[in-house]
Design a binder for this molecule. Sequence first.
Ligand code: NAD
Length: 335
Amino acid sequence: MHVAVAGLGWWGRQICAALADSDVVRVVAAHDPQVELSGAGIDVRLVETFDELLADPNVDGIVLATPHSLHDAQVKAAAAAGKHVFCEKPLSLTAQGARASLAACRENGVTLGVGHERRYEPGLERIARMAADGTLGTIVSMDANFSHDKFKAMDRDNWRLRKADAPAGNMTALGIHLTDLFISLAGPVETVYARSARRVFEPPLEDSLSVVLGFHSGLTATFTCLSTVPFYGRITVMGEHAWAELRDYSNVDVDEPAILTVRTADGDRDETALDSAETVRMNIEAWARAAFGQDSYRFTEEELVGNIDVLEAITLSAERGAPVAISELAGGAHA
Ligand SMILES: NC(=O)c1ccc[n+]([C@@H]2O[C@H](COP(=O)([O-])OP(=O)(O)OC[C@H]3O[C@@H](n4cnc5c(N)ncnc54)[C@H](O)[C@@H]3O)[C@@H](O)[C@H]2O)c1
């Protein structure tokens, strides 16, 4: 598949690098209004407008690595131009926006991918298999913490810290990956209770988010995301027959094995070190194969919109300081 990348900031460049050796996807063009066309440092044809990418008959798909508040309009424009769309997370900032984007892709017969590459991490794939094959038994509870301090030194006017683009502290940066994983393991969420706070950042910024999720199945999950501590990543899935815990030591800049620990009800404890995988490339290639009808994509429409329902509910709950039911959302599952 020939793709064009919109947005050549931190993550757009990571995506170009991740796809450099791909046999499935080739980046043939890119656009970023802030990148000097001669000095992008990326070996790809740069064009001056987003519309030029959409009009290019040599481009099959558009990869969006742009600020969050642009995603709705850019997904719709790409779909209307007949291009498959891979949108970096979050798909949208609102339940209504996510549904409109999915509808636009469906109506134009194009395939939508979303940047939740964590589902392709070897440890999380193993946990998903243990949940599906009954090794864990009934999942009783889940808990996670995903934190880093990458945004601490950012200019305070950077869009990544603006409420309009990044509501509820670091929910759109970090938490959205955890809620995607939780939903993939436990199905739809019914209620959320979020507390967003500050310990280090200056007002009005918030740097700490903790959330309690109630699932339709009755299961409860909790997670915390902090913006001011060294990298930390852990997800724990507590099952009736076994629990599994993945501790992640690697992130984009540091490549260390993750440790998967599994403890069974009969007392066995197994600890496995797992090397990181090329998850960004794997996710985009899976989307491309699905677009060409060669495979199905790992993410269902229900999961993708359900995750944005949760994002909107967390934003609302953190503002109100009170629990929010997904059914309260204007554009959500029960609207
Ligand atoms: N999947 C992941 O793990 C992961 C990690 C980091 C970032 N991201 C996502 O990637 C996206 C970009 O984040 P980032 O950290 O690279 O931000 P960034 O600010 O470094 O880059 C965004 C770029 O988009 C450009 N841009 C603005 N308007 C544009 C337009 N109309 N058309 C094309 N480009 C435009 C900006 O000039 C900027 O260079 C966000 O959705 C973010 O959440 C995903």
